[in-house]
Design a protein around this ligand. Structure first.
Ligand SMILES: NC(=O)c1ccc[n+]([C@@H]2O[C@H](COP(=O)([O-])OP(=O)(O)OC[C@H]3O[C@@H](n4cnc5c(N)ncnc54)[C@H](OP(=O)(O)O)[C@@H]3O)[C@@H](O)[C@H]2O)c1
Length: 263
């Protein structure tokens, strides 16, 4: 996978209005990349655009307001990048939402909505932007998955399913795209200090591992942009996330028991 310059990179960041997406956009712009910022909350996007514009020698930004599951909104983001910046070099699929609750009490609608936002929208944005990416400079797709795309946990089956799907899709696509010169970076964060747990679609996100122990969002953003620069294939930017993966690899039955007791 290629090393690339972040400066002057033409990028699209979904879910840029808060958390990891916002921090990644700020880091990209600080390093001279041009960004189309996409999310539903217009006020927050305008606020982020103002912060980006205040950065000395930073890149330029455009905003696109709307739901990432709407193909018209996704196509508008691609169009904005092409018209305003001259093309697309990076697509960062970060928009995502969680949900809590037992499978027995859940609904098919909730599962479908989570799959639409976390999985299908990301896949379709890649499909729609591929022609532009293939004409881009050192192009890259970044999919923000989760440590829960490697290890399922109880009461979050919709979310885990969507992130496992994104992980499997990304592994498959990475190898296909390599021959065409497009890199694919998978970012699999563990608990990160964002509003994610307040924004869940259903249930309450007051789980034991979310008690002020999240990795600072700026750390995850810096590691993500650095991994893009170095052309890495996957990163797990949090120590606790890496420990969970290790434990699950060696003693999965023990992880089952801990989760049964505490999650
Ligand atoms: N925080 C964690 O502990 C953690 C851990 C692992 C993985 N992740 C992943 O990291 C990504 C970012 O999450 P975060 O932690 O930064 O949470 P967050 O602060 O809640 O941010 C989520 C972002 O996604 C956007 N979004 C949600 N639904 C959308 C929709 N239908 N259309 C367009 N945008 C939508 C939100 O914007 P609007 O509401 O303005 O649309 C917001 O900008 C997600 O994919 C999440 O699964 C987070």
């Amino acid at each position: 996978m290629a090393r690339r310059k972040i400066e002057a990179m033409r990028s699209i960041v979904t879910g840029a209005s808060s958390g990891i997406g916002r921090a990644v956009a700020l880091e990209l712009v600080r390093r001279g990349a041009n960004c189309v910022l996409m999310a539903r909350n217009e006020e927050r996007l305008l606020d982020l655009a103002a912060d980006c514009n205040a950065i000395d020698h930073g890149g330029q930004v455009e905003i696109v307001v709307g739901d990432v599951t709407d193909s018209g909104v996704r196509k508008l983001a691609i169009e904005k990048s092409v018209i305003s910046f001259g093309g697309v070099d990076a697509v960062i699929n970060n928009a995502g939402v969680g949900s809590f609750g037992r499978f027995a009490d859940s609904t098919p609608e909730r599962l479908r909505r989570i799959m639409d936002v976390n999985f299908f929208a990301a896949v379709e944005l890649i499909r729609e932007s591929l022609p532009a990416l293939l004409r881009g400079k050192n192009p890259i797709v970044v999919n923000v998955g989760s440590i829960l795309g490697h290890r399922g946990i109880p009461r979050m089956h919709e979310y885990c399913t969507s992130k496992f799907a994104l992980q499997g899709f990304s592994q498959s696509l990475r190898v296909e795209l390599r021959g065409e010169g497009v890199d694919l970076l998978m970012v699999s964060p563990g608990t990160t200090d964002t509003e994610f747990y307040e924004n869940v679609m259903h249930g309450r996100g007051n789980v034991p591992w979310n008690k002020g122990r999240g990795t600072p969002v700026a750390v995850v953003a810096k590691k993500t942009v650095r991994a893009m620069e170095l052309g890495k294939r996957e990163i797990v930017p949090n120590t606790m996330g890496r420990l969970l993966l290790l434990a699950n690899w060696h003693v999965p039955h023990w992880v089952d028991r801990v989760l049964e007791r505490f999650a």
